[in-house]
Design a protein around this ligand. Sequence first.
Ligand SMILES: C[S@@+](CC[C@H](N)C(=O)[O-])C[C@H]1O[C@@H](n2cnc3c(N)ncnc32)[C@H](O)[C@@H]1O
Length: 297
Amino acid sequence: MSSFGAKLAQLTQSLTAADIFCGHGYESIHDEAVALLLCAAELAPEQTTDLLEHPFPDGASTRLSQMLRLRMEQRLPLAYVLGEAWLAGIRFRCDSRALVPRSPIAGVLLEACRPWWCAEGPPHTVVDLCCGGGSLGIIAAHIFPAATVLLTDIDEQALALASENIDLTRTVDRIACCRADLLSALATDSVDLIVANPPYVSAAEMTQLPPEYAHEPRGALEAEEAGTALAVAMLRDAARVLSRDGLLVFEVGESAEALERRLPRVPFTWVDLPQGGSGVAVASAQELQDWIAAGIL
Ligand SMILES: C[S@@+](CC[C@H](N)C(=O)[O-])C[C@H]1O[C@@H](n2cnc3c(N)ncnc32)[C@H](O)[C@@H]1O
């Protein structure tokens, strides 16, 4: 019987040889190998290095082989293989109904959106726009425990998963779900904080993505007009929906340059993301209104 340590070395080698892509919530092949071993052995994520000396249980080997087939042959993202994803220390149910949670907006929320959130108290109303499985809105509900949170998405399947995650994270008393096309269902001047990770991958980029992305809903990734169509529509309508001191935090990832090319006179504020990731910006309600009034948005 081999030890966890020996299994880990073997698994790392196999995953490396299979040339898997790690970009769906795991930083490295080593991290994926650890998660696979712990899941196969039905152990919690918090373990000490002592475990490396322990024997890898026989019964776990069959489970591990099944998971490896999904990961290496079908190139299913690990979070879909495991059926769960972790973001900001919270565990979410995760399957192909929605994107694997990984938005760097989570890091901005962990800082309570400071220094960008400058109103006196915390936000009362938060909307997770394009919520997918609901991770960002649920994190917001933990960071702002007095806030009411609305999760919105156009996709019923994603909303079904979001609803399961609300139950799982026991936030049901303060979070609701609503199917809507962007911000169309929201009243004027009704939201203090919007967090949004809309689809932003251009048609050209879609053809270049590693095979793992093909398992995610296409409608969660692709956007027209070089990836900027939904982001621009959202920026224009956010000015209407946000309250006076309101703030929009949004992600456009690799499409940041395309957005700047499309709106060349808008002075975007890009957030420095010490925990990794790129293409997250913030805009206050006042800025959005000013840009619209100046005809540059
Ligand atoms: C990039 S995923 C983000 C999911 C989640 N917020 C996250 O960070 O993991 C984008 C989401 O936007 C949704 N979506 C696409 N078009 C939309 C629209 N016009 N209005 C609302 N949601 C839309 C998709 O269904 C998908 O769930």
